[in-house]
Design a binder for this molecule. Structure first.
Ligand SMILES: Nc1nc2c(ncn2[C@@H]2O[C@H](COP(=O)(O)OP(=O)(O)OP(=O)(O)O)[C@@H](O)[C@H]2O)c(=O)[nH]1
Ligand SMILES: [Mg+2]
Length: 255
């Protein structure tokens, strides 16, 4: 459906009124039960089809649908929602985003502080793919660093290090690590202790495995890469936020 200018204007107006109302509501309710207010503020943890999981500011999870015509919210979006049932709600407004992360023009996450491109020795990294991610990040003005995983599989570590020196020389952080052997995880851990980080990269490089190591009780699904093609099997299907108990949010994304 294409909307007329007037319809668009009305939708935007209603939208900003809802945000203003929730701002007033949360100001008035600082010491009162948060659920007694009609419009609650939250953050989208993940979207799956027409539904999304929203975490309220008091850390409760709600399955939500969308009010029509407000656009699709994605992981990281700050939203306003109305409670309908015990753990259900309707998202009525999306707060303005500080940034948007897109893949092939499709929005995958919003309000991200740091991108991490994960590559590996298997499937073997390719410069063209690395450069594509770096360009995307630069275009969106988002900071990005590189993680080279499965380093224990390297036959020539010196060559691997040389391959990534070009990126180090232009000031990208490069972390060489092995999730499997828990090698070199500490310096990465300290970079993740606050803010919202997203892990991007090809299927099978170990994004979910890495997040499982960083958040021990999580148990995200991981799957072996094909022995024949050395490619991943697209195991992760939804872009989802996970909290590190001591601080910091990690977003897993499908490769
Ligand atoms: N040898 C080796 N294998 C690893 C390492 N880290 C992860 N793996 C394996 O790599 C495979 C793929 O890992 P996943 O974590 O599912 O990869 P992913 O990037 O999340 O893949 P998608 O969800 O499909 O995008 C699994 O079999 C992991 O056990 C590592 O450091 N070394
Ligand atoms: Mg995964």
């Amino acid at each position: 459906v294409t909307l007329t200018r007037r319809q668009k204007w009305r939708i935007e107006k209603i939208h900003s009124e809802r945000i203003a109302r929730s701002n007033r509501a949360s100001k008035n309710s600082e010491n009162i039960d948060l659920h007694s207010t009609q419009e609650i503020k939250g953050r989208v943890i993940t979207r799956y089809g027409q539904r999304q999981l929203v975490e309220s500011i008091d850390k409760q999870l709600y399955q939500c649908t969308d009010r029509r015509n407000i656009g699709l919210s994605v992981a990281g979006d700050k939203v306003v929602f109305q409670k309908t049932d015990n753990n259900e709600g309707v998202v009525t407004a999306i707060q303005p985003r500080t940034n948007e992360l897109k893949r092939q023009k499709k929005l995958i996450a919003a309000n991200i502080d740091q991108l991490w491109l994960v590559v590996a020795l298997e499937p073997h990294y390719e410069f063209e793919l690395i450069d594509r991610y770096l360009i995307m990040a630069e275009n969106e003005n988002l900071p990005i660093n590189i993680i080279v995983n499965k380093i224990e599989l390297a036959k020539n570590l010196e060559q691997v290090s040389k391959d990534f020196s070009i990126y180090k020389n232009i000031d990208y952080q490069v972390h060489f690590l092995s999730v499997k052997e828990e090698h070199n995880l500490d310096s990465l851990k300290s970079s993740l202790s606050d803010k919202t980080h997203i892990f991007l990269g090809q299927s099978g490089v170990g994004k979910s495995s890495l997040i499982n190591t960083l958040i021990p009780d999580l148990d995200l699904r991981v799957d072996e890469i094909s022995t024949k093609t050395k490619l991943g099997r697209h195991t992760t299907t939804n872009t989802t936020i996970h909290h590190i108990p001591s601080g910091g949010d990690l977003i897993d994304s499908p490769g």
